[in-house]
Design a protein around this ligand. Structure first.
Ligand SMILES: Nc1ncnc2c1ncn2[C@@H]1O[C@H](COP(=O)(O)OP(=O)(O)OP(=O)(O)O)[C@@H](O)[C@H]1O
Ligand SMILES: [Mg+2]
Length: 346
């Protein structure tokens, strides 16, 4: 890997085969000025990769062009600039984004959002390497490298007719696909370390908390993981971050994976068992106490019999009064779920 890729703020962290391939392609792309198309879900690191390519190819200006904002009458002037008096309000001439990118990189972010009429104009710029500011008769030249990114399936957009095929071919010279984080979970521990070093004050995760982060599927990808770590270090003085500290989307995910009866038992949460009943599944830990196992069996029996205590007692092989006593002991008797006045539904 080239040292440039490690410069402040541009470190591409990861050990998965996918990330290693991305770094190789960045190095190759940096040897020329070919257009690069970066594909990937939101938060997978498209802009980070675009900046790394730019940095590794020798710098100059890096101009971000947010294609989703290029709508309406001012879009053309944004891209190509305008001359004084070109339209009402054009009190001075103004260079467009392509002129500003001269000698560097024009990063077309969210290129899949580009309106069709701007796509046609962009194609001309890419073919002729020149453009005309709004209101001007003379074309201007600008020499820049194009890096485009999108979270859309651009090939599918081409088939649908919402993205020009000729523009797609122009942009898709070197293609980089960033896999979603859930498909490269081996990068998670490195990313966690990286963000803890960047934002933490000596914070560390317990093994159980890290396992929970590994199990979660990160719909917001690396950005969501980065936010999660920022949130954790902001809210907890640390140094140890436990699974209970993790933000609610991860808690909800863990709860959804827990078997129902265990979840119910954990919700009652009376004994020290709550801690490990709430563990992420598969996580090694101390065994539950016999009392916890008994409570779990009772809850499961009641759930199975839809609250019919006589039937539950029979299933458990204990007398009804014993069941009542144990329910009292485990403080389960007021739970609506186990209200024996409800008619049995089975
Ligand atoms: N491999 C990585 N190593 C280190 N940081 C990363 C990595 N991938 C992403 N990040 C960080 O995650 C955050 C989101 O990345 P970035 O903005 O590049 O994503 P994006 O794909 O452009 O997202 P969007 O589609 O939402 O615009 C940034 O702070 C970025 O630095
Ligand atoms: Mg982005």
């Amino acid at each position: 890997m080239q040292p440039e890729l490690f410069q402040e703020g541009l470190q591409i962290v990861g050990q998965s085969a996918g990330i290693r391939r991305v770094i190789e392609v960045i190095e190759k792309a940096a040897r020329g000025r070919w257009p690069v198309l970066i594909l990937g879900e939101t938060g997978t690191g498209k802009e980070l990769v675009a900046r790394a390519i730019h940095r590794a190819s020798g710098g100059g200006p890096f101009v971000v062009i947010d294609c989703s904002a290029l709508v309406g009458p001012l879009a053309e002037s944004e891209l190509f600039g305008h001359v004084k008096g070109a339209f009402t309000g054009a009190i001075a001439s103004k260079p467009g984004l392509f002129a500003l990118a001269h000698g560097g990189t024009a990063f077309l972010d969210e290129v899949g959002e580009l309106p069709l009429e701007i796509q046609a104009k962009l194609l001309r710029v890419l073919q002729e390497k020149e453009f005309r500011p709004v209101g001007s008769t003379s074309p201007r030249k600008s020499d820049f490298r194009i890096v485009a990114a999108t979270n859309r399936d651009l090939a599918a957009e081409v088939e649908k007719g919402t993205f020009r095929r000729d523009l797609y071919y122009r942009l898709n010279v070197i293609r980089i696909r960033l896999a979603p984080l859930r498909e490269r979970k081996e990068d998670i521990p490195l990313l966690v370390d990286h963000f803890l070093r960047r934002y933490g004050r000596g914070h560390r995760l317990t093994r159980e908390a890290l396992e929970a982060l590994l199990a979660y599927d990160w719909p917001g990808n690396v950005r969501e993981l980065e936010n999660c770590i920022q949130q954790l270090v902001a809210l907890h003085s640390g140094p140890l971050i436990h699974v209970e500290h993790l933000p609610s989307p991860i808690q909800n995910f863990l709860a959804s994976r827990r078997p129902r009866t265990v979840a119910a038992a954990a919700a009652i949460g009376s004994t020290r068992g709550q801690g490990h009943l709430a563990r992420s599944p598969g996580a090694p830990g101390p065994p539950p106490t016999l009392a916890e196992l008994e409570k779990q069996a009772i809850l499961q029996a009641l759930e199975y019999t839809k609250g019919d205590r006589a039937e539950a007692a029979a299933l458990l092989g204990i007398g009804r009064t014993t069941l009542y006593r144990k329910l009292k002991e485990y403080r389960c008797e007021q739970l609506e779920l186990f209200d024996s006045s409800r008619p049995p539904e089975r």
